[in-house]
Design a protein around this ligand. Structure first.
Ligand code: NAD
Length: 322
């Protein structure tokens, strides 16, 4: 299938696997790219730029297809050396960077000079307008259904994507709530040029996480997410568990500080949970699309199924129209 996004990335299928903290490593990223979509590895998963360099090289060994790097500028407990990560991407010939969490303007001149295409993750129409204005090549619009940090406006994909389509002319990837062929058709109907999936890709054979994590996503439903850190205006949508209940209890008392939540929300605790499979240990970003996740396929099986289902829907609906 050809869209403005498949053209931009040089891929066969309009399916994007955006950054997933701790999960979007070479194994998953290369599997998505080999299946005809595009994977983005998450820079901050790596403690420093040199480790990211090694991961980029590892991924190149695993695929000759295009892939990119995600760079998230949200608040962190361990401030990253962003310029060093960017320099490594440039030195390693990365052609696509997905930015998120804050306006990427300070880095745009450097990225553009290196010929890198920038796709910026936005959670509002106004941020997508700004992204186009500062020279981003595409945006990925995160609706409120999304895992992780969906912003503070609480507007769903069904509204955000068509409004963004009306407001900007650069390509759009629809993100948040998408997990199957129906989602792909919907994303295109809403005016997007591709769909992004995050949580769906965690429940794949190649995702480098403990089997318990994948099984938990299959077992959970659309009501199994909670919103934490709302009181800090850094909302994160996560899978409900004991650690999350504790965070919500602390926040409900009022005046919570990030320091009070660190034992539960720290990414390092979340990383251990993903590796060891102790599902109540920390927080796991997860989207409402969990209700649509019923198996643990390979990325190729997943993308084949999505494309087949999408084609069947479009054919059937077209026949009904004429
Ligand atoms: P971390 O261990 O540095 O922080 C844990 C959580 O606390 C994160 O959600 C972070 O945003 C939040 N946090 C840290 N300092 C804060 C502050 N001063 N005020 C408010 N909130 C604060 O995070 P990590 O797990 O190592 O992840 C690294 C980065 O990737 C973070 O910025 C995180 O937000 C981001 N991330 C993004 C997504 C997404 O949906 N885009 C998902 C997971 C992680």
């Amino acid at each position: 299938m050809k869209t403005n996004i498949t053209d931009m990335f040089g891929i066969e299928r309009p399916i994007v696997q955006g950054g997933l903290m701790w999960v979007a490593r070479a194994e998953l990223v290369s599997a998505v790219s080999n299946a005809g979509g595009i994977g983005f590895m998450t820079a901050l998963t790596h403690p420093d730029a040199e480790t990211l360099r090694a991961e980029i090289r590892k991924c190149r060994e695993m695929t000759d297809k295009p892939f990119g790097v995600n760079l998230t500028f949200l608040p962190t407990l361990r401030p990253p050396d962003y310029p060093a990560y960017i320099n490594v991407c440039i030195e390693e010939g990365i052609r696509f960077i997905e930015t998120a969490g804050r306006n990427p303007e300070p880095y745009m001149e450097q990225l553009k000079a290196a010929g890198i295409k920038v796709i910026h993750k936005c959670t509002s129409v106004r941020h997508s307008v700004k992204a186009e204005k500062v020279g981003c090549d595409a945006v990925s619009i995160d609706g409120f259904e999304a895992a992780g940090h969906p912003g503070e406006d609480d507007v769903t994909s069904l509204i955000l994507v068509p409004l963004a389509r009306d407001a900007i002319s650069i390509p759009i990837v629809a993100s948040g709530g998408f997990a199957d062929g129906r989602g792909l058709v919907a994303s295109l109907a809403l005016g997007a040029d591709a769909m992004n999936m995050g949580t769906r890709f965690v429940a794949t054979r190649e995702a480098p996480v403990h089997e318990n994590v994948k099984k938990a996503l299959v077992a959970s439903d659309e009501r199994s997410t909670r919103l934490i850190m709302r009181t800090l205006r850094n909302t994160e949508r996560v899978l409900q568990n004991e650690a999350v209940d504790k965070v919500l209890e602390i926040e409900s008392k009022g005046d919570a500080k990030i320091e009070d939540l660190v034992p539960y929300v720290s990414g390092l605790v979340g990383k251990e949970m993903l590796q060891e499979g102790q599902m109540d240990k920390g927080v796991l970003s997860a989207g409402q699309c969990m209700g649509l996740i019923r198996d643990i396929p390979t990325c190729k099986e997943l993308l084949d199924r999505i494309m087949e289902d999408a084609a069947a829907i479009l054919t059937e609906r077209h026949a009904q129209l004429t």
